[in-house]
Write a protein that binds this ligand. Structure first.
Ligand SMILES: [Zn+2]
Ligand SMILES: [Zn+2]
Length: 764
C-alpha cells in the first residue's frame, strides 16, 4: 500500500466569508483526502491526509484554484504523522474565529448566479438580489464584526427555509454567504416618483420605460445612488448635466457587455481584463469618434469611462434596454454620493424623475472605482468599491497602530496594524460638513471593523486642512506631521513594495511645505522616514491665492511676470481677453501682495493651458491640465529646453524657460496642439535632466513619480520613457492613486517607519 502523509496548513489573507472552507472541502474530497478545515482568528487552518502525490496536488491547487474573492497572502505548512482519519470535515470555528480577519470587498454577480437569474425554471429567476459566497455585497453592508448576518444590513430579512438550508450546507455554494436570499425572503424593488409616491406596476419595467422616454432615473446601487439616463439621448444627458450642476466633467457609461464597450471605445487586451474583473471598476478607454453616444456625455474628451453591469439589478436593466446608459454618482456638485433613502429623496428630488430603489440598506457609502491600464498594468485613479477594504500588505510590521488622515482633495484615510494598511474608500473633497461627517464616521467604522486603536496619528502639515484639524482634536495620541510631497513619494514606494532611497518627483497642484510656503514641483531624495528637498520649480506668485486656482488665466499672467518682468508681451490673446483685469493681477504678482509664491507644477500646466486659450477658468479640479493634455498633437516630437542651474541645494528649476518658449511659438503662429506637445515634452526632458544631475550628487538611480500631475498619461508616458532611456529605474503608482487619494497610505508608511527607527537614514 502506498505511503500516506499528513500535512497541516495555515492560510492567511482574505479567506473568510468568501467560500474558502467549502472550496477546500470539495477539493480535498475530489482528491480522496481526509482531514478537516476551519476558521480561526488568523484565517483558515486545515489538515489533509492521503498519498504524497494527492497531498502535493492539493497544496498546489489550493492556491491556484482558490475562490474568486479569496486573497491568499501566505500559506505555511508543516508535516504531521498520518493518523488514518477517514473523511474530510468542516469543523466549527473557534469562538473568536471571525475576529481579526479581513472583510472582503463587494464583488460583481458571478456567472453561476447570473445563470440562475436568467433561468425561468430557477427559483431565483429575475431576482435582483441574487448572490453567493463568490459574489455580492460585502463591505457596503457590514455594520460590525464578526462578519455574520446579524451584523449586516441583511439582518432585516429572515431567511426562508430553503435559503437557510443552503446557508448551512457545506457543499452548497451559498454556505455561510451572509447576504443570501431569494424572491420569497429577500429585499424588494420599488419605483417611486420625486415626491415619494410609489408607482404601480413592475418597478424594473417602469424604470426601463422612464429611461427610454429620456427621463432621469435614480438607481440604488451597491454603495449609493446613481443617476442614470440613456447615453445616446443628447437632451437627457444635457438635462442631467444642468440639474446636477456638472458643466464639463465627463460621465461614465455602463454597457451590457465587452462587445458593446468595443462599439464605443478601443479596448486593448489589458483593458478588457480590467472591464471584466470581478471588481468592475470604471475603466478609462480611448473613445471612438462618430459613435451613437450623446455629445453631452463626455464633451471634448478623448477618453471615456466605461463599466460593465456589476449588480443583478444592472444586469436586468441592461438586458431590457437596448442602449448604453450614463451611470454617475447620485449627488449634486461636490456633495458625497447619497446612500440612504432619506438623503436620496432630500437631495436628488430636484434632479430625478423616478427612483428605482429597494429596502436593503447600504451601511457604507462607496463610489465606483476608476482605473486605467498603463503599460499593461492596472493603475488606480480612484480606489473605492470593489477594492476597499482589501489591505495593502507591507513587508514590515507597524510597532503601534496608526491612523493617517490624508490631505483634503480626493481624501482617503488609512489605518494600519501588524503588516496591513487599510486605505479607506474615496471620501471626497474635505471642504464641507457633509464630507467631514462622512470622513469621521468612516474612521470609526474602520477602527471597529479592523480592531485598530491608533496610538499614532499622521496628518498633513497644512494647518487649515480639516483632516489636520481632525487629527489635532484627538486625545491621547501621538501626532506625526508628514509633509505632503514626502507622503506622495512614500505612497509610491509602498505601492511598489519598496522603501527607498529614491529620487522622488512629486508634481501636483499644491501641498504645504516645511518652510510654510506652497510646494508642488518637487524633487525629493526620499525614503520612508525622511526626505531632503534637492530641487524644485522656481516659485511663482499665485495672484489672488485660491482664486488663481479657479482662474488659470491669473496663473498665466503670474508666469508671464516671472518670465518677462515689467514688459509683458501685450499682443498675446490672453492679455487682450483680460484687458481690464490683467494689469491689476500682474501688479499683485509683481509685488507679492495677496499672491503667495508656489513651486507648483500643476499651476504651471494651468498657466500654459490659459496661454493657449484652452481654458481660462475651471469648473472642476485639474480641468485646465486635463484639457491641455486632450488637445495635444500626439505626433509632435519637438521639445522646449530648460536650463537647469549648475549648483545649489535646492536647485531652482526655471519654469519660465518653458513659458517663454510657449510665448515665442504663439507669436510665430504655431498651432496650439503643437505647442502643447512641445511643452509636455519639455517638462519630461526637464525632469530627466534634473534627475540625471541629482543622480550625480547622490548616487541614487531609482526615480519615483507621484502627485496629481502624473494623472496626465502623456506626461507620465514620456517622462518614464526618457528616464528609462537614461538608465533610471522608474516607479509609478498602481494600487493607490497618484493624486491625493494616495496620500494617506504614504502618511501611514512614514509614521510606521519613524516608529520603527527614530533617526533619519538619509545622508546629511
Ligand atoms: Zn454568485
Ligand atoms: Zn429565501
Amino acid at each position: 500500500m502506498e505511503q500516506r502523509v499528513r500535512r497541516r496548513a495555515r492560510v492567511e489573507g482574505v479567506v473568510q466569508g468568501v467560500g474558502f472552507r467549502p472550496f477546500v472541502h470539495s477539493l480535498a474530497t475530489r482528491l480522496g483526502l481526509s482531514g478537516h478545515v476551519g476558521n480561526d482568528v488568523h484565517g483558515v487552518f486545515l489538515e489533509v491526509e492521503g498519498t504524497t502525490a494527492a497531498v502535493e496536488r492539493f497544496l498546489v491547487s489550493v492556491t491556484e484554484q482558490a475562490p474568486p474573492l479569496a486573497v491568499i497572502e501566505r500559506i505555511t505548512t508543516d508535516e504531521l504523522a498520518a493518523c488514518g482519519s477517514g473523511s474530510f470535515e468542516i469543523v466549527a470555528s473557534e469562538a473568536a474565529g471571525t475576529r481579526g480577519t479581513l472583510v472582503s470587498a463587494d464583488s460583481t454577480t458571478c456567472a453561476d448566479c447570473l445563470r440562475e437569474m436568467l433561468d425561468p425554471h430557477d427559483r431565483r429567476f429575475g431576482h435582483p438580489f441574487v448572490n453567493c459566497t463568490n459574489c455580492g455585497p460585502r463591505f457596503t453592508i457590514v455594520r460590525d464584526i464578526p462578519y455574520d448576518r446579524p451584523l449586516t444590513t441583511m439582518s432585516a430579512f429572515a431567511m426562508c427555509a430553503r435559503c437557510e438550508s443552503e446557508y448551512h450546507d457545506p457543499a452548497d455554494r451559498r454556505f455561510h454567504a451572509q447576504p443570501v436570499c431569494c424572491p420569497d425572503c429577500g429585499p424588494r424593488l420599488r419605483l417611486h416618483d420625486a415626491a415619494g409616491v410609489v408607482l404601480p406596476g413592475d418597478p424594473l419595467a417602469g424604470a426601463v420605460a422612464a429611461l427610454e422616454r429620456g427621463e432621469i432615473v435614480a438607481i440604488k446601487g451597491l454603495g449609493g445612488y446613481h443617476l442614470a439616463v440613456d447615453a445616446t439621448n443628447q437632451d437627457a444627458a444635457a438635462t442631467l448635466r444642468k440639474r446636477k450642476h456638472r458643466e464639463d466633467k465627463p460621465f461614465a457609461v455602463v454597457v451590457s457587455g465587452p462587445e458593446r464597450a468595443e462599439d464605443l471605445c478601443v479596448v486593448g487586451e489589458d483593458e478588457q481584463a480590467l472591464l471584466t474583473s470581478p471588481r468592475r471598476p470604471i475603466v478609462l478607454l480611448r473613445a471612438r469618434t462618430g459613435t451613437a453616444l450623446a455629445a453631452a456625455v463626455a464633451p471634448g474628451n478623448r477618453r471615456l469611462g466605461v463599466m460593465l453591469p456589476y449588480t443583478p439589478l444592472h444586469h436586468l436593466l441592461l438586458r431590457q434596454l437596448d442602449t448604453p446608459i450614463v451611470l454617475t454618482s447620485g449627488n449634486v456638485a461636490d456633495e458625497p454620493i447619497a446612500y440612504t433613502e432619506q438623503q436620496a429623496r432630500a437631495r436628488l428630488s430636484g434632479i430625478v424623475d423616478v427612483f428605482l430603489s429597494h429596502d436593503r440598506a447600504i451601511h457604507m457609502r462607496t463610489d465606483d472605482s476608476v482605473v486605467r491600464s498603463f503599460r499593461g498594468r492596472e493603475m488606480l485613479l480612484r480606489r473605492s468599491r470593489g477594492y476597499v477594504p482589501q489591505p495593502i500588505p507591507l513587508a514590515w510590521d507597524f510597532p503601534r497602530h496608526v491612523l493617517a488622515c490624508g490631505a483634503e482633495l480626493k481624501n482617503t484615510f488609512c489605518v494600519a496594524k501588524q503588516h496591513h494598511a487599510f486605505v479607506s474608500h474615496h471620501i471626497g473633497d474635505l471642504e464641507n460638513h457633509e464630507t467631514l461627517a462622512s470622513f469621521a464616521e468612516g474612521i470609526e467604522h474602520f477602527r471597529r471593523l479592523f480592531e485598530v486603536d491608533p496610538r499614532l496619528v499622521a496628518h498633513d502639515l497644512h494647518p487649515e486642512y480639516l483632516s489636520t484639524k481632525y487629527a489635532q482634536g484627538l486625545d491621547d495620541v501621538e501626532l506625526v506631521g508628514v509633509q505632503h510631497h514626502h507622503a506622495h513619494i512614500a505612497a509610491c514606494l509602498v505601492d511598489n513594495a519598496e522603501s527607498g532611497p529614491v529620487l522622488g518627483v512629486a508634481f501636483d497642484g499644491l501641498g504645504y511645505g516645511t518652510d510654510d510656503t506652497l510646494w508642488g514641483g518637487e524633487f525629493l531624495l526620499s525614503d520612508l522616514v525622511d526626505f531632503r528637498r534637492l530641487a524644485h520649480l522656481e516659485p511663482v506668485a499665485m495672484p489672488g491665492a485660491t482664486t488663481a486656482i479657479r482662474q488659470p488665466w491669473r496663473m498665466a499672467v503670474a508666469h508671464l511676470v516671472s518670465a518677462y518682468g515689467q514688459h509683458l508681451p501685450a499682443e498675446l490673446d490672453l492679455l487682450r481677453r483680460n484687458e481690464q483685469q490683467w494689469p491689476a493681477v500682474a501688479d499683485l504678482a509683481a509685488r507679492g501682495v495677496s499672491a503667495p509664491p508656489t513651486s507648483s507644477a500643476g499651476r504651471l500646466f494651468d498657466a500654459v493651458a490659459a496661454l493657449l486659450g484652452v481654458r481660462h477658468a475651471i469648473n472642476y479640479e485639474g480641468q485646465a491640465a486635463v484639457e491641455l493634455e486632450q488637445g495635444t498633437d500626439l505626433d509632435e516630437r519637438g521639445s522646449y529646453p530648460v536650463t537647469v542651474p549648475a549648483g545649489g541645494e535646492p536647485l531652482r528649476v526655471p519654469g519660465s524657460d518653458l513659458v517663454r518658449a510657449v510665448v515665442e511659438d504663439l507669436r510665430a503662429g504655431v498651432a496650439a496642439p503643437v505647442i502643447a506637445a512641445r511643452f509636455h515634452n519639455g517638462v519630461a526632458d526637464m525632469i530627466a535632466e534634473v534627475c540625471t544631475r541629482l543622480r550625480e550628487s547622490t548616487g541614487v538611480s531609482t526615480v519615483a513619480l507621484s502627485g496629481g500631475v502624473f494623472q496626465n498619461m502623456l506626461l507620465l508616458e514620456r517622462t518614464t520613457a526618457r528616464l528609462e532611456a537614461g538608465d533610471f529605474r522608474v516607479l509609478v503608482h498602481a494600487r493607490v492613486p497618484t493624486n491625493d487619494g494616495g496620500i494617506s497610505l504614504g502618511q501611514v508608511a512614514v509614521a510606521g517607519a519613524r516608529d520603527r527607527c527614530d533617526s533619519a537614514v538619509l545622508p546629511r
